[in-house]
Design a protein around this ligand. Structure first.
Ligand code: SF4
Ligand code: SF4
Length: 156
């Protein structure tokens, strides 16, 4: 299912050590390294975000944030969206939101297939699902959704 990023910036606020700028290679262009994988890449500030990037207030106030993160009105955005590394492209903080029909949300499944829920019935159902569904299956997300829907949950 399609994941829609709310552009809250939460996932990038403590990635300053993960994404290192090695040098400025040209105006608004930086040689960088994704430290966890040792992957080098060139980051270019998106043309429409250069004014945002110039504002040093946010990185000074948030020294552990990714150096390319900046506030933009009500959002907090990546200023190298077009050239961000693979790990950032693949990241989705929430892949499933679970509720009871007619009720509010009672659980979320995060991008690494962790269930976040205090609901004991849902937690039990999740354990049942993990007994029969391999998380390495290419359609694991869809299988989990179908499983929970058969148990009566609403999954979006
Ligand atoms: S991936 Fe999730 S945590 Fe990160 S900015 Fe988007 S909504 Fe926020
Ligand atoms: S490069 Fe962009 S998406 Fe990746 S951590 Fe930095 S701000 Fe977030």
């Amino acid at each position: 299912m399609a994941f829609v990023c709310a552009r809250c910036g939460s996932c990038c606020r403590y990635l300053g050590d993960y994404l290192a700028i090695e040098r400025e290679s040209a105006p608004f262009e930086f040689a960088c390294c994704a430290v966890s994988t040792g992957t080098e890449f060139t980051a270019r500030i998106d043309e429409d975000k250069r004014a945002l990037f110039r504002d040093r207030g946010f990185p000074e106030a948030h020294p552990h944030a990714c150096p390319f993160l900046r506030p933009d009105g009500e959002y907090v955005v990546c200023t190298i969206h077009g050239t961000r590394p693979e790990q950032c492209r693949a990241y989705r903080c929430v892949i499933l939101r679970i509720s009871r029909p007619g009720g509010g949300e009672i659980g979320r499944v995060h991008g690494t297939f962790g269930l976040f829920s205090d609901d004991p019935d849902l937690r039990a159902a999740w354990e049942d699902a993990l007994r029969v569904i391999s998380l390495t299956a290419p359609d694991a997300e869809e299988q989990l959704q179908r499983f929970l829907e058969k148990r009566g949950y609403r999954v979006t």
